[in-house]
Design a binder for this molecule. Sequence first.
Ligand code: CTP
Length: 400
Amino acid sequence: MRLKSKKIILGITGSIAAYKAAVLLRLLVKEGAEVQVVITPAGKEFITPVTLSALSGKPVISEFFAQGAGSWNSHVDLGLWADAMIVAPATASTIGKMANGIADNMLITTYLSAKCPVFVAPAMDLDMFAHPTTQQNLRTLKSFGNFVIEPATGELASGLSGKGRMEEPEIIVEELISFFDGKLQLTGKKFLVTAGPTREKIDAVRFISNYSSGKMGYAIAEELANRGAKVVLVSGPVNIKPVNGNIQLIRVESAEEMYDQCISVFPACNGAVMNAAVADYTPETPESKKVKKEKNDWELKLVSTKDIALELGKIKTPAQVLVGFALETDNELANAAKKLEQKNLDFIVLNSLNDNGAGFQTDTNKITILGKDNIPLFFELKNKAEVASDIVDKIVSILK
Ligand code: CTP
């Protein structure tokens, strides 16, 4: 009974996968949850309220008004009652209405009134799922802090095969349980994350930079925010945007601007993850105008920038966690250990440019975590979201 006395709204919409909602409902009840079903008019074409009320032990709500009795169903009371709301299956239409506040049925008004965490399990044909509108709406829902339970890939009702099948009820229940078990273990905590490259101006139109895409740093910011933390993401110029509404983005360009922001934000944080590829050198005297090609040669004098991680390491309190990265090409572990010590980090995440699929621009990464005990923890090649989860797990264990 892992969901004992949890109050859950199960929203069901008009998809073939509505038959799976009966199984989901049964599993929730078996785990001890009290479930109120809210079904859309289209949902009732796919599964009968009689089945659902028998399984939940409560009348199913669908209309604003209870037929005949003259009383109305209060979506506000319902929204406040619940500990969680699950919309499963969620059609493209319902997702669109949720994202845009089109409150034309009881399910959407309940959603808009709900103060609890909301989980959405999409179910639709592969092309509908892949359509930019659907993807945009799902991003919008995530930006509200809602949790999207990604559909699985497999056979679809249309006869086609692809991504769009509602996730299996067993998995949805497990996600809910792990959520209540403390997936939101970072609620009330605040983190600074740096990401992306910096740009060091040479003249009015030119700069020195590097290949950092920001993907790893943004994935870490998302993971921290998904676990309930507030995140200040100080980012150099990149082509990605944060999704979770708990991420505050501060855009900077130069190493100096990044330093200024970090120094002012860090003292109020529980920790910082220094993922940015900060320039180590900057032109001593950038030209304010564009340099013309009349010159035969152009010698640049570069001077050191401030090492942001090192400076934060100096002011770090024992309660704060400081995480650094090291991108190395040789003597990887020894170099990482040196940086760990010099910068007073709690742990350092090492990427080797010798590993295929690791480093700049890729969607994957292969890391080694080196902590104060100096025992390296090796991880497999994973996508950056999974790598971010491993890193955040380590942060959580240190904060405990
Ligand atoms: N870092 C930083 N500010 C700098 C340089 C680096 O905050 N001016 C941080 C990076 O974000 C990373 C860690 O320090 O977390 C290590 O960065 P890396 O570039 O691997 O090492 P450096 O200290 O710059 O040393 P080197 O370039 O000699 O390897």
